[in-house]
Design a protein around this ligand. Structure first.
Ligand code: H79
Length: 430
């Protein structure tokens, strides 16, 4: 595929400043929790219908078991905002399985009409987001729909047999006109302000078909951001590969969608949780390269959030509570020319933030050229001594000195106030 160079821009300051959001993957797959008729899936759990070849008529029956009695949108949104420090939420309104997690009038395969509890989950979530001033985005699988014969990857499956999917033989446009567009219209007219639509896996969609979705969204809510995965490079920002971190700063708006374990939807057997420290380092790396981190939780079928997810996110939230000034609203700096195993940098005009991940004797930054006015520990404002010098080899060098007790610590942030708007990282020279 040939890619054109273009700097993606959402034009939305809230998105550029947000840095950290909550992805929620919740659908019928949560009922199976990674296992169907005694068989466990090796893959991401929301793909179980496809990977274990479950026929549509069988999978549909799950809706009759969906009970969301533990789900409390108010509590979840409050926790995401206050404890976890997240600035936006993206919720799966319809994943590849084709099931709408809101009251759709154009498909009875939805959480109100097809389940015993009949609650409009999206309505509850949207109300809570609007109450707490949390930006709300909706994941919508526009190309894959395994419930509709004309959706990509939908099979007419026979027991224990999986014919290869011939996506080309489908009338994809018919599905787009009859389900996608009417549902997008419902989502953008029935739930108040929607700040982002998170399209995914465009597959064979043509440029015209991607444009049709975009035009519809923008005609209903002009400020609504379109994710990179609408396809044909027409998104408002660049979406990285799932769980892939760009090595270098990227020009333009971008976002990394990521998991806390190895699945998006709930899987009862997946305990491969990342450490909170790893999440913090990833968040800082992403900020240092100019992006946003969209981090996932997969609620259980009853709507409860796995305790381990809560624990990890709470710990990350504490870092943000103390050091958020060095995360939210920050921008990428230039490319620092040396490997640093102890930290990463983020910036705001006249302020450079040094996030420290390891116990250090002092913070020495070779090839950093800046007129430093002040250095202080971000969490309490206590001033730190520093030296600005030139090495014997003629390179610039800034060193922040650390008091004894800080030398033993990790996961703190130091702010350098500089005369210059942006510090200069001098390139290596021969
Ligand atoms: O919503 C999450 C994923 O379900 C969705 N994007 C994120 C945000 C996604 N859709 N497709 N993919 C990710 C790529 C998936 C590829 C695989 Fe598979 C699914 C690898 C293993 C399971 C398909 C089935 C390819 C091999 C088996």
């Amino acid at each position: 595929m040939k890619k054109i160079d273009r700097i993606p821009d959402t034009g939305q300051q809230w998105y550029k400043d947000a840095k950290y959001g909550l992805f929620i993957h919740w659908g019928l797959y949560a009922i199976l929790a990674g296992e169907y008729k005694g068989q466990k899936t090796d893959h991401i759990s929301e793909w179980i219908m496809n990977t274990l070849n479950i026929p549509v008529e069988e999978y549909e029956k799950l809706a009759g078991e969906f009970c969301s009695q533990q789900f409390c949108a108010d509590e979840l949104v409050r926790m995401a905002k206050e404890s976890w420090g997240m600035k936006y939420i993206v919720f799966t309104s319809k994943h590849h399985e084709g099931f709408a997690m809101y009251h759709s009038k154009c498909s009875p395969y939805n959480v109100v009409d097809a389940t015993p509890c009949g609650r409009d989950i999206l309505k509850e979530l949207a109300d809570a987001c609007h109450k707490y001033g949390m930006k709300l985005g909706l994941y919508y699988s526009q190309a894959q729909d395994w419930h509709e014969p004309d959706g990509y990857m939908a099979n007419t499956m026979m027991e224990n047999e999986k014919p290869p999917v011939d996506n080309d033989a489908k009338d994809f446009q018919r599905y787009l006109d009859n389900k996608v567009k009417p549902q997008l219209k419902e989502l953008l007219t029935g739930y108040g302000e929607i700040s982002l639509i998170w399209f995914d896996t465009p597959m064979g969609m043509t440029r015209e078909q991607s444009m049709e979705c975009i035009s519809l969204v923008k005609s209903l809510q002009p400020d609504c951001i379109i994710s990179g995965r609408i396809g044909n490079q027409l998104g408002d920002y660049m979406t990285t590969g799932d769980n892939f971190i760009p090595r270098l700063p990227f020009d333009g708006d971008w976002e990394l969608p990521a998991t806390l374990n190895d699945t998006w939807g709930y899987n009862k057997d997946d305990n491969n949780w990342k450490e909170p420290e790893q999440i913090i380092r990833t968040l800082v790396k992403i900020c240092s390269r100019g992006g946003n981190y969209l981090l996932n939780v997969g609620p259980r079928a009853d709507g409860s959030i796995p305790e381990k997810s809560v624990e990890i996110l709470n710990t990350v939230g504490q870092y943000l509570h103390e050091n958020g000034e060095g995360i939210y609203g920050t921008q990428k700096l230039g490319i620092y020319p040396y490997e640093l195993d102890w930290g990463e940098f983020t910036g705001k005009p006249h302020r450079m933030f040094i996030h420290v991940f390891k116990p250090c004797k002092g913070l020495g930054m070779m090839n950093l050229s800046a007129n430093v006015k002040k250095a202080y520990l971000l969490r309490d404002g206590s001033e730190l001594a520093y030296k600005v010098e030139e090495t014997c080899e003629g390179d610039s060098m800034v060193t922040v000195e650390l008091p004894q007790e800080l030398r033993r610590q990790a996961y703190y942030c130091v702010c350098l106030e500089t005369e210059e708007e942006w510090p200069v990282f001098e390139p290596l020279r021969g």
